[in-house]
Design a protein around this ligand. Sequence first.
Ligand code: ADP
Ligand code: MG
Ligand code: MG
Length: 899
Amino acid sequence: MAKSGTKYVYFFGGDQTEGTVNMREVLGGKGANLADMTSIGLPVPPGFTISTEACAYYSENNGAYPEGLREEILDHLGRLEKLMGAKLGDKENPLLVSVRSGAAQSMPGMMDTVLNLGMNPDSAKALAEKSGNERFAWDSYRRFMQMFGDVVMGVPHDDFEHALQAVKTERKRALDNDLTTEDLLEVIDRYRKLYHDAIGEDFPTDPIDQLFKSINAVFNSWNNDRAIRYRQMNDIRGLLGTAVNIQTMVFGNMGETSGTGVAFTRDPSDGENMFYGEYLMNAQGEDVVAGIRTPEPIDHLKAVNEDAYNELLEIRTLLENHYKDMQDIEFTIQDGKLYMLQTRSGKRTVFSWLRSQVEMVEEGLIDKKTAVSRVPAGEFNKLFAPVLDTDMIKKNGIKSVSRGLNASPGGASGQVYFSAAKAEEMAALGQDVILARTETSPEDIGGMAVAKGILTTRGGMTSHAAVVARGMGCPCVSAATDLHIDYEKAQLSVNNQVLKEGDFISLDGFTGLVYLEKIAVKPSEIVQVLHGEMKAEDSLLFQNYTKFMGYVDEIRELKVRTNADTPADTKMAVDLGAEGIGLCRTEHMFFGTERIISVRKMILANNKIEREKALAELLPMQRKDFEEIYKELNGLPATIRLLDPPLHEFLPNDHTSRHEMALQLGVTVDEIAQKTAQLHEFNPMLGFRGCRLAVVYPEILHMQVRAIIEAAINVSKEGIVVEPEIMIPLVGHYKEFEYTRKHAIDTIEKVFAETGKKVEYKVGTMIEVPRAAVTADEIAKNAEFFSFGTNDLTQMGCGFSRDDAAVFLQPYVEDMDKQFYEYDPFAVIDVDGVGKLMKIAVDLGRQTNPSIKLGICGEHGGDPKSIAFCQSLGLDYVSCSPFRVPVARLAAAQAVLAK
Ligand code: ADP
Ligand code: MG
Ligand code: MG
């Protein structure tokens, strides 16, 4: 990779800016946008960016620099010093810089930043003199020692915090800001000792030494555990590394005319078109996000510094028009003057995505295609996330105990735990857990990932807890300042009420309210409107959803069906836009209390006559099931799969249930035990199931087909068009298909003759056995449709037992050196293997039957990446569970746009 002549460092500042907005891959998002903001004339402190290619070289070569990099960095530093008229760490006219990470995709808080670099006792004195503000100079120095010591040298952050706290306590200073110059000098002295004890060296005073150590620390942070975990959780792949931005410092900690803040150009929680942010005066960098003091809402800035506030408002509009999307910005005010330090496309909840994109279309800022391409399909089903039951709250007079910030939407109720480890432990036992922390840090990620809700007592809307929770779609209330958490006692107290670990607590992430009670959690507004429990005109969410799905459907080519086997699921799916049923599993219908008796009789039958008798009992029940489903479909197609699972699944396996069954059926427990033993299989997934059942016991197929067709005839009498699609499962050999198909058609003809009525119908098969895929041309001769059963096709295609695969699939997918499969093949179609089988089946099938209908009904039918693959195969439809239907519609539209 060390091509000689490669440029690794890019300047930004004045009219010398070298990078452009399109260079994200090389400059990282932060670097590219700093260059871009500089180019459009915004007040950005100058600096330079070291490319991600340099980081990649460094990682691949054990920390070595490519040839010439060091010189190139020093050259650019010289350029910066010249532009700024100051020299890094100089004792007369010091330049101070920040060293900031920034990859092509943003990973907030995952990598470390060093501020105030270039500080040493001499430059601190010079800074004090130049600024006429001694306190500020030493405050900056102590911040630098702390960040450099922690981030670059790995001295525990807590050691610094303790030393700082000790001085605050001894000298009775409540806040960091209350520390005087004297106090700060004492802190610095303690830091110096602490650093020496930990590292065995003096704190470095040579600015160049400081600089390169910090650059290396940023490079190293690319592969720290937090960063790796973050990339995994967010499916960030294929990046070279992080860029390093070296930027002239501006100071928000120069006193009360200085400050720092972060803002969103629209509300990141619900998407409302309003300026949304927070700031702190006399503060630096991370202070706002770290939750050290509770920040002020952005509109208060107007009273403090109206010019800066107005300038920010202008920049807000300018940036939105420039990037045509909601921006997340960082700014600092130094002695009254505004500087921009970062802009990026804002992370936001899916609610905010939906509203902001619909409104931007209506404002004429973007077109519908852009809107559709941006909303993350993987998160879309969070729109249907539950909310706290407000009726229950009213009826039972449940009072909230605190109102924090509504940091991430959704209602959550569960048992409270105060450490990530405990939350993980209890969640693994199946509890709904709420993680409550004073504030969260990246070490808490594991606990946050399993929590139903997250609560913090400090930190703002942009705190770690808030940002991460929004990313995860986990409800979060932050800064519930009335609450006090005592980690040692593992309890939370508020107004004399005490909550112990494991007690119930509820959070409303839409309003920020906290309740010390278990509260029922209710369906989302969209679901309520669909169920007729709320009026569409009362729900802005529902209106935006409807508009957005309109854009989606204009673009989409694939049809979206649903997997449903009850009338209720069918109705929900149709309401959510399903265009038919792609998979109706008939076995689920067999588990109902009455039916299971008849099913078991059928299984225990000693001969065909007994079996047919039991099946005759099932016929009317099964027919009624189909009638109800056809009515809900009201003309939409339904693919109905004949009985699929091995028969022993319908028999009880514990003694008590066997006893009950014996009584019900008037047989002996022994007889049942014997039959169960007979049906026992070593590999049930490869055993007596699917069409094999119908081949050996055609009478089961006769009953099911009869029920399907009789129901269709009955419902069509009511003027509803019904066109059932009878699907034969687990076919491997075309003769299996021909055999079962003939039985099906004979039955259908019989029913037509008996009733004197006819309906249109289709007979087709699932493609889920690899043999079927590679002989699809033979099967397609008489099959009217194929539906890919990708769960079994993956199981048999990869040779992975679905029920046993977790043990080895996890390392396969998560360990860097074992990622032989890019994703869990049961979650995302293994395109190169299973996908190839599908492609073969599509091509062969169309060879002998050009008009064959093609779909997919495995779990993959609701997965955006798999849907994109189905689009590329040219399937007619995908089918997924009811709540995935909108996700699938969106993913299908995005697949068209990505073509
Ligand atoms: P992150 O990617 O975690 O947001 P940043 O590199 O953006 O990290 O920096 C962390 C904090 O330090 C931010 O608040 C940022 O605005 C501030 N900061 C970074 N560089 C400078 C600078 N040159 N002057 C003043 N503040 C800075
Ligand atoms: Mg930042
Ligand atoms: Mg199957």
